[in-house]
Design a protein around this ligand. Structure first.
Ligand code: NAD
Ligand code: UD1
Length: 340
């Protein structure tokens, strides 16, 4: 049987870009997704980009039997686990939904991996595990104190993986703490397709540029930053995807099997207004905006200390703000209604 990487949540935004890179590196992929926040249409798009359709299993990680059958039917050598709910506000309103999907679902996945003898996993964590340490540059030893339910689910799963690793040293585990993922595949064929009103900055800007929304509300113009707007470490999704490949490679091929926990960011923050202006340049469209009150829970600024990812994985982000905006615009203008 051909060996494959199991990409859980692989129909989603970051998972689909990562699946393409894995397939283009010569490995086979099985995508497992319940399509709760994604579309089956992405599978044909992936096929267009790779020349092969990935195997697809429609399933939920809380459904043990579907997982068990998947491990039985395919020769899986490693798992990348993107499946999760990710809306911070919703996680505060419906904590049990988040603990069930993100934490209980992960436990079922890890139990079925153990049963199937699959011991290599890369997990999607988030910079949100750091909370608000009081300084803007986060290294991996910044204290872990997530300030919302979503962040706590991420930290719980990181800790579960460390506990598994302690009890079963043959496991190989990596948790990747993403900063702010943006951008799309350079072809404009796959990208981020949020349902409803986007919570995040970049898809909102893109929808203003294409005329779907009237103007961007800039949350806060009085932060202690050079232009008064919030600053974040935006990272191109293609760089994130290559970070997953680097982590998988290290787990599968290195003699050192210590657990890996690293930041994936560029280390270079941009303000909301810098993003707006870069997007106007890339799209050649105006992006109307209005500065309004701060959004509760937002910080003025944070960005990654990216030293460890470079040391451990030999990985660093390569794509800058221009490519982030150009590629988002290509995806948005070629697919004004996303995958529909
Ligand atoms: P996404 O919603 O596009 O992708 C997640 C995928 O998982 C979706 O296709 C969804 O249908 C699937 N899924 C969710 N629950 C599932 C379940 N119980 N069983 C099977 N499939 C399930 O999100 P994304 O932006 O690609 O994020 C991927 C991962 O990265 C998430 O875990 C997210 O928390 C994490 N992350 C995302 C960001 C970000 O800004 N996008 C930042 C930090 C971390
Ligand atoms: C949010 C999540 C974080 C998650 C990250 C990436 C919160 C509190 N945090 O972070 O957990 O990991 O997304 O998905 O929700 N902005 C506007 N107008 C908008 C939208 C955003 O001005 O309409 C500003 C924000 O105030 C912020 C910046 O743009 O300064 C980025 O916002 P966003 O994309 O939502 O990401 P974060 O808030 O950094």
């Amino acid at each position: 049987m051909e060996t494959s990487i199991l990409v859980i949540g692989g129909a989603g935004y970051i998972g689909s870009h990562t699946a393409v890179q894995i397939m283009n590196s010569g490995l086979s992929v099985v995508i497992f997704d319940n399509l709760s926040n994604s579309s089956r249409a992405v599978l044909n798009r992936i096929a267009k980009l790779t020349g092969r359709r990935p195997t697809f299993v429609e399933g939920d990680i809380r459904d043990r039997l579907t997982l068990r059958t998947t491990f039985k039917n395919h020769s899986i050598t490693g798992v990348i686990h993107f499946a999760g709910l990710k809306a911070v506000g919703e996680s505060e309103e419906q904590p049990l939904k988040y603990y069930d999907n993100n934490v209980s679902g992960s436990v079922v996945l890890f139990e079925e991996m153990q049963r199937a003898g699959v011991q290599t996993i890369v997990f999607s964590s988030s910079a949100t595990v750091y909370g608000d340490p009081g300084y803007p540059q986060y290294s991996e030893d910044t204290p872990l104190a997530p300030v919302n339910v979503y962040g706590r689910t991420k930290l719980m799963v990181e800790n579960i993986l460390l506990d598994i690793k302690k009890s079963r040293p043959a496991w190989r585990v990596a948790s990747l703490r993403y900063f702010n993922p943006v951008g799309a595949h350079v072809s404009g064929i796959i990208g981020e397709d949020p349902t409803g009103i986007p919570n995040n900055l970049m898809p909102f800007i893109a929808q203003v540029a294409i005329g779907k929304r009237e103007k961007l509300l800039v949350f806060g113009g009085d932060y202690p930053t050079p232009d008064g707007t919030g600053r974040r470490d935006y990272i191109h999704v293609e760089d994130l995807a290559s970070g997953h490949l680097a982590a998988l490679n290290k787990l599968m091929n290195s003699d050192d099997n210590s657990p890996i926990i690293v930041n994936l960011g560029t280390g270079r923050p941009y303000s909301v207004l810098e993003m707006v202006h870069a997007f106007e340049k890339a799209s050649n469209k105006p992006v109307a905006f209005e500065i309004v009150d701060r959004r509760p829970g937002d910080l003025a600024e944070y960005y990654a200390d990216r030293t460890l990812a470079k040391d451990i994985l030999g990985w660093e982000a390569r794509l800058g703000i221009d490519r982030m905006c150009e590629d988002t615009w290509r995806w948005q203008s070629n697919n004004p209604n996303g995958y529909q």
